[in-house]
Design a protein around this ligand. Sequence first.
Ligand code: LLP
Length: 417
Amino acid sequence: MHYFQYHNNEMYCEDVPVQTIARQVGTPFYLYSHATLTRHFKAFNDAFEGLDRLVCFSAKANTSMAVLKLLAKLGSGLDIVSGGELFRGLKAGFSPDHIVYSGVGKRVDEIDFALEAGILMFNIESLEELELIQLRAAALHKKAFVSIRVNPDVDPKTHPYISTGLKKNKFGIDTESALSAYQRASRMSHISIVGIDCHIGSQITEIQPFEDALKSLKSLIQRLGTMGIPIRYLDMGGGLGITYREESPPQPFEYARAISNVLGDLKIQLILEPGRVIVGNAGILVTQVLYRKKGLVKEFVITDAGMNDLMRPILYNAYHEALPVVQSSGEPFTADIVGPICETGDFLAQDRQLTPVQSGDLLALMSAGAYGFVMSSNYCSRLRAAEVMVKGDQFAVIKNRETYADLIAGESVPAFI
Ligand code: LLP
């Protein structure tokens, strides 16, 4: 459920016509709905009512400061994967002890930053990382709180590039090796074991893979208990899918019920790292039609947003619904919606039935709030889009469109040229 709806054939975000924003801000721009973000966070968090839990929004899905600040105010924690995300998270007001840090390639400076900040825990992905964190914690006279990310070898049945819990993936430590990693960690002077973690993938539309992963973690927790290693936090990662087209992913309450059933009477504090399910359907990308062009075998609608603005179609063959901002009547036609970039992969949508559009019309690429702006780039020296948030009848630019000056900021031409 989201708040991008038509009234009299015109698309609104909450109470603001999308067209009004386009006139003032220009195109392309990402547009987020405050009410949708709030609703999604609350629905997810409330689904776990009765369970001791901390929902840590996965920053990588959307790191806009306004989005982060809103989620922090709603009581979210934060899942980060870089020093940059930690920086943003602290600036946005997340309490350090509500921040968990995952990722296979944490650098020394990032580890030090997180130790100094006093985060809740590091999700350890390899033995070498464990050794390094012990060394850095000792050097800084800090205690590092850790969980080990376990790779449960579960197929999340999603796109291969976003499956992370299979043994062929680079993530986590297999269950048997995890036991010895825990033993090793328990003997380290500056490491304090607090949790266990997994994240099996993203855009998961079935419950079963989550249940399988949780069963595997639960049995590890019990084995660790018999080894005298108590576990306080169980981090299930993120991954719950959303509807882009016809998918019918489990609702947060169904997901929560399944988790609760598997947990049974295990006394544990649950950590969840949802990203997409909170922001995905709370954002759209608005673009303007530049031209229509008829090829010999295909028709193209050429827009001012391209693959540099929304990478998901070319990267994962992802589907984003393309809707007219103002609905028109007339014969529908089939076309590819493509950007201005000189690559055949520069498409936003392929073979779509569209109502008539012409140059100057606005199109909305739906469900673009997660992994949209954050994955955009300056390829072809294109300016990254503006970001806007609506709350009720107000809207605000939360990130300015880049300028040509921004493009070369930080560059220098050395004297030897
Ligand atoms: N926790 C960890 C450790 C993760 O690696 C991820 C996502 C999440 C949580 C959040 O997962 P979510 O709830 O959003 O599914 N760029 C891709 C998605 C990559 C996901 C990477 N990890 C896309 O556009 O589909």
